[in-house]
Design a binder for this molecule. Structure first.
Ligand code: FMN
Length: 285
């Protein structure tokens, strides 16, 4: 599915749902977005299930506990991945594809890596050896009004705010910010990264542009908060944020007809220090 820039901008985390069951065409679209969510940039193969409490007697049905954070969601997308280097980035990339496809249909979602009953979902998915459940999302028609818990969660994370460009995007090296004006047609692509969801809205993505205006390269790094990133056992939650950023970058570039693809370079052309981690580069030639 082609995702528009308007869809990327309009997406927001929804924790309050109307309670209406999914319509059959929505269900079909979600299933096809799941089927089209790969291939993933690092070769991982996450698997996902659409779980609809009360609709199906399937083993994967039943409620997903969210400690009261999510209200009246008719369905969840739950998923698992085999742990491997960059597996969480692949998971983020893939599930954000489903999130954006849902947003395009006017359906709400909300990434949950902390506030859900992981052991309950683990039981439903019948994990294989080496697999774990990094995150899930509710999916459904948004309620007309947010619940108090929803508003409180948004206020706590400062969900509407984003860091200024000067803290996120850089020109040739870390000492020179890349301005919106200086980014040319790529400004809207970087804007799509900036609009993305991230755990606790920490926005840990950093991008350095190199090369010429005609053939730029964009190098993606994680500014890791180490204690935060290891707070959930076995899950590198900020690596999920990186995968989400990769999906947003790619979807926006495709929407604008800009060239390129993600490639992990052996040695990125930008030096970096701890706690920065290099992930991948958008290469245009
Ligand atoms: C990997 C990841 C994990 C998240 N985990 C939770 C969570 O456990 N509970 C929750 O209420 N929101 C969670 N969020 C949602 C973020 O708080 C939200 O994306 C951020 O505040 C930005 O708001 P927005 O999505 O409305 O733009 C998570 C987001 C991401 C990307």
């Amino acid at each position: 599915m082609n995702i528009t820039l308007e869809t990327i901008d309009a997406r927001t985390s929804v924790r309050s749902y109307s309670g209406s069951a999914l319509r059959s065409d929505d269900r079909r679209r979600i299933e096809s977005a799941i089927a089209a969510s790969g291939p993933c940039p690092f070769g991982g193969r996450p698997r996902f299930s659409l779980v609809e409490p009360g609709v199906s007697d399937d083993v994967a049905s039943g409620r997903v506990g969210t400690y009261g954070v999510i209200k009246n969601a008719p369905a969840f997308v739950v998923g698992a991945i085999r742990t491997a280097p960059y597996a969480f980035a692949d998971f983020g990339y893939a599930l954000e594809g489903v999130v954006l496809a849902a947003a395009a249909e006017g359906l709400g979602t909300c990434w949950l890596a902390g506030t859900f009953d992981r052991s309950g979902v683990t039981g439903k998915l019948r994990l294989n050896d080496g697999e774990l459940v990094p995150a899930v999302t509710p999916i459904g028609e948004p309620a007309e009004r947010r619940t108090l818990v929803d508003s409180a969660m948004r206020a706590l994370a400062g969900s509407k705010k984003r860091k200024p460009w000067s803290e996120l995007f850089f020109d040739s090296g870390w000492d020179r910010p890349l301005t919106e004006g200086g980014a040319g047609p790529w400004a809207r692509v970087l804007g799509a990264v900036r609009a993305g969801p991230s755990a606790s809205n920490k926005q840990p993505w950093r991008v350095v542009r190199t090369g010429s205006e005609a053939e730029p390269g964009f190098h993606l790094f994680l500014d890791e908060d180490k204690s935060y990133n290891s707070a959930i056992r076995g899950v590198r939650v900020q690596e999920i944020d990186i995968g989400i950023a990769m999906r947003h970058f790619e979807a926006a570039a495709r929407a604008l007809g800009l060239p390129g693809a993600w490639t992990r370079l052996d040695v990125p052309p930008v030096s970096y220090d701890d706690p920065l981690l290099y992930y991948s580069s958008w290469v245009t030639r």
